[in-house]
Design a protein around this ligand. Structure first.
Ligand SMILES: [Fe+2]
Ligand SMILES: [Fe+2]
Length: 271
């Protein structure tokens, strides 16, 4: 299975770039399953239902979220009726929506997608390791499902690496989100799981993690509440990762970064 994952979509410039890139990448890389993290799609904070619809229409099969999941409150009723929009699995019991979704592809193969949040330097949630292990207990990679992808929304690369090694051999891909900076550590781990500690963002890199650099910088210079942060609106770089699974085992054959447009050096997998 050929899987595309795009990192945190930030603001209008990120949304539009991700929506424009999705059909192009789907076609050029023969993508079977496309996943987009959209926790920052709405002006940097949250996701509105019409923005989710636009990403689905552009070719996203699954949309994931993170700590900004509920910044746009309209998403709460929408997520309840939209199984392919998922929020972190380890939010408290009773939270609207689900933390995973089983997707059936047009050819009949199925893929499980999970969204989990780390705890280091983040909100105190349920244990991401234990909740993931419990969620995976019902599935067997290469048996009941052809692919398993985890969007690990976390700050600390140590937690991301520990998580990926913990599930090495049990899932197809662990890809980090949330830092908005693409890491250069993409690899197939010894047990066969593809890993990249952060996919990077779909947003303008002439910024502070996608937000306008002057007000964001002032927050560090002056310990005063500054003006509300707004997304930088220059040309976005579309950042993400492409991976291909083995048809029998569901484990990774390869993982390659994607960076398109904007300020970052480009990276494009060979089809
Ligand atoms: Fe983010
Ligand atoms: Fe985040």
């Amino acid at each position: 299975m050929r899987i595309l994952f795009l990192g945190d979509t930030v603001g209008r410039t990120g949304r539009e770039a991700a929506a424009a890139a999705l059909p192009v990448l789907r076609a050029s890389l023969h993508v079977d399953l496309a996943i987009v993290n959209a926790e920052n799609a709405s002006h940097g904070f949250g996701l509105a239902p019409e923005m989710a619809r636009a990403l689905f229409d552009a070719g996203a099969d699954v949309i994931t979220l993170g700590n900004h999941a509920w910044d746009r409150r309209e998403i709460i009723p929408y997520i309840a009726e939209t199984p392919r929009l998922i929020r972190p699995l380890n939010f408290p019991p009773g939270t609207p929506g689900a933390g995973s979704v089983l997707v059936t592809l047009p050819d009949g193969r199925s893929a499980l997608v999970l969204n989990v949040m780390g705890r280091l330097f983040m909100d105190a949630l349920d244990c991401p390791f234990r909740t993931t292990a419990e969620a995976l207990a019902r599935y067997r990679l290469g048996g009941t499902v052809s692919a398993i992808v985890v969007d690990l929304h976390a700050e600390a690369s140590s937690e991301k690496m520990a998580f990926a090694h913990s599930f090495d051999g049990a899932v197809s891909l662990v890809v980090g989100t949330h830092t908005h900076c693409p890491s250069a550590d993409h690899q197939v781990l010894p047990g066969g799981t593809a890993f990249m500690s952060d996919a990077g963002m779909c947003g303008d890199y002439d910024s502070v993690i996608g937000m306008q650099k002057e007000p964001a910088g002032q927050r560090f210079w002056r310990k005063l509440p500054g003006e509300r942060l707004a997304p930088a609106e220059g040309e976005a770089t579309v950042c993400g990762v492409f991976m291909e699974t083995d048809a029998t085992t569901g484990l990774a054959k390869r993982i390659e970064p994607i960076r398109m447009g904007g300020r970052l050096s480009s990276a494009m997998p060979v089809a």
